[in-house]
Design a protein around this ligand. Sequence first.
Ligand code: 5GP
Ligand code: ZN
Length: 115
Amino acid sequence: MPDDCIFCKIGTGEIKGDVLDHDDMVLVLNDLHPQAPVHLLVLPFRHISSVADLGEADGELISRMVLVANRAAAQQGLAEKGYRLAINCGIEGGQTVEHLHMHVLGGRQLSGALG
Ligand code: 5GP
Ligand code: ZN
């Protein structure tokens, strides 16, 4: 783990995050600067810099992230109206924190445009 990774530190509890849920692989927290009424982040405890660094052995982690995101969205009351799962990758993909995370956005009509 890089010394300065904020999401690793939230995972270990070194920095307090607004954590809503976790299992043995991933945690769910409220985004610090929400872009929608519900804006959660799902991230692995293990440091992985970006989605581009996932490999064949990470199949369970990927499915766990999606399933935990779905569960969190349902808990937030988004199941019926819908929500968006998004992973930004790299500079032009809009990634600002270099620890893999999936956004869960909902609670308002989201724009159809992705960029
Ligand atoms: P990215 O731009 O990398 O896809 O998303 C990074 C997200 O992390 C942003 O939505 C930003 O608001 C959020 N974020 C940055 N620092 C913190 C933090 O310390 N705690 C939480 N909960 N979210 C953070
Ligand atoms: Zn990290």
